[in-house]
Design a protein around this ligand. Structure first.
Ligand SMILES: [Zn+2]
Length: 265
């Protein structure tokens, strides 16, 4: 049994065949899926989907790539969602340095956008602290800044470092700060030998898996619409890299997900 800990089943790509997608996931051994919101609307949709399907759970938040579209303070509207029994985490939140919308528009606009992203991320950390939930963190080229902003919350909030693709030193920092690294289908890519080497050094109890679907389909499905059933390709390879039986691997990684997200059951 495995959990797909980060999906965007709330995106239009799945509007036509969600029930089949969930059924295929279960056939493949993926029994829980977290549907991650990227703004208010997709967060509400994630909750509605989780109400209809027992296998689905929701994370609610506003993605840093859309930070400029967010209200100045997202807390009032999101606070109301957090008590919902199927909301297991706050996110997707974090920082995105690689694809700043204003990059190339001058240093001033870029600095402003970074500032807005940071403010939005801290608001999510406040929401997590208040509600006792943990966060789902996007950290593209921004690990240091993310860890710096999380530091004041070190006793109350932990994070899933979603789509981890960093170095061995970065992985160690994620673990040393009590957080969890989450791996996608990128682990299976031909040119990801370095990431596989990094993964071999990981503490098994501090890793989780995800598809980030509809993106990042693993080999041999790369380029297709990704869906939770495809998680199996990634975990099969990961179990091989760790030389551990699939069954044990599933048990350990699901327990990690339930420790980080206690409402996931
Ligand atoms: Zn995502």
């Amino acid at each position: 049994m495995f959990f797909d800990t980060h999906t965007h089943l709330n995106f239009p790509e799945f509007a036509g065949d969600l029930s089949e997608v969930v059924a295929r996931a279960k056939d493949a051994g993926v029994f829980r899926m977290i549907v991650v919101g990227t703004d208010f609307e997709t967060s509400v949709r994630a909750i509605e989907m989780a109400e209809k399907h027992s296998e689905l759970f929701a994370a609610v938040g506003w993605h840093p790539s859309g930070a400029l579209d967010a209200p100045d303070d997202i807390r009032p509207i999101f606070r109301k969602l957090l008590d919902h029994p199927k909301v297991v985490a706050v996110g997707e939140t974090g920082l995105e340095n690689q694809r700043l919308r204003n990059s190339g528009c001058g240093a001033e606009r870029e600095a402003h956008e970074k500032q807005v992203q940071r403010r939005l991320f801290v608001q999510h950390l406040h929401l997590a602290e208040e509600s006792g939930l943990n966060v789902v963190v996007h950290h593209r080229q921004a690990l240091d800044d993310v860890l710096e902003l999380m530091e004041p919350f070190r006793n109350s909030v932990r994070a899933q470092f979603h789509c981890f693709v960093g170095s061995e030193a970065e992985l160690r920092r994620v673990f040393e700060t009590g957080n969890v690294a989450s791996f996608t289908g990128i682990l299976t890519y031909k040119n990801a030998g370095d990431l596989r080497d990094v993964f071999r050094t990981a503490q098994l109890e501090q890793v989780m898996f995800e598809t980030d679907c509809p993106y990042l389909a693993p080999v041999p499905l790369r380029g297709k619409r990704c869906e939770p059933a495809h998680l199996i390709e990634t975990v099969r390879l990961a179990a091989e890299l760790k030389q551990i039986a699939m069954e044990d691997f599933g048990r350990i990684t699901c327990a990690t997900a339930q420790r980080l997200f206690p409402k996931l059951h």
